[in-house]
Design a protein around this ligand. Structure first.
Ligand SMILES: CC(C)(COP(=O)(O)OP(=O)(O)OC[C@H]1O[C@@H](n2cnc3c(N)ncnc32)[C@H](O)[C@@H]1OP(=O)(O)O)[C@@H](O)C(=O)NCCC(=O)NCCS
Length: 177
């Protein structure tokens, strides 16, 4: 398995996996299958074009895209020391095999070396035990709880906001923790 930054050539594979995730786990994402299923591949390719303020990373197994995660640096100057990790998804048959962990590790390295931010923030559905455990394993701390962050089929979904100071992430790596 390897992790690489996706580009326009990966648009069709990325869109297929993204739509699988949105359809399979509507409570894990703020976006929805219905909002994204008609986006033309050309638009998806534009989203994957190289840029300075973010990237989408993909995990490949035997050259098949099995996992994705996005990173986006905040635009306002006073917030540009932070990035948001979004869109984490691993295909069902590739799970529990270290793919999610590898994607988060690469995303944090990218945030540090390419985006040069100090903090990475993210949001997780409060009932998503697997994702909470994945992020806490990388040192993310729970910094907030938002009741009724979103409604899915009319059902309120609570969100846990998490943050990681990258200097702590680097320390954790250098100590081999
Ligand atoms: C959350 C998700 C990305 C984990 O991916 P994965 O490739 O299975 O994760 P890994 O195999 O790398 O596991 C890394 C850690 O995640 C946690 N984890 C993964 N699956 C778990 C599960 N079913 N229950 C509890 N913890 C779990 C564990 O801490 C694990 O470490 P361990 O193996 O030492 O116990 C995957 O389950 C997924 O795509 N879920 C649906 C979409 C989603 O919830 N996205 C997150 C949106 S915030």
């Amino acid at each position: 398995m390897f992790v690489a930054q996706l580009g326009p050539a990966n648009a069709a594979a990325f869109q297929a996996l993204r739509l699988r995730g949105l359809a399979e786990c509507p409570t894990a994402f703020a976006s929805s299958y219905e909002e994204e299923c008609d986006i033309p591949i050309a638009k998806v390719a534009e989203r994957l074009a190289p840029r300075v303020d973010g990237a989408i990373l993909g995990a490949f197994k035997q050259h098949e895209l099995v996992g994705v995660v996005g990173l986006q640096r905040e635009t306002p100057r006073k917030l540009s020391h932070k990035a948001t990790l979004w869109g984490m998804y691993v295909a069902v048959d590739a799970r529990k095999n270290g793919v999610g962990r590898a994607l988060v590790s690469h995303a944090l390295a990218y945030a540090d070396s390419q985006l040069q931010v100090r903090y990475v923030n993210l949001g997780v559905n409060a009932l998503n035990v697997a994702a909470l455990s994945l992020y806490e394993g990388h040192g993310f701390a729970r910094i907030g709880f938002e009741p009724c962050f979103m409604l899915v089929d009319g059902e309120p979904q609570d969100e846990i906001h998490m943050a990681l100071a990258l200097e702590h992430a680097v320390l954790r790596q250098s100590k081999g923790l």
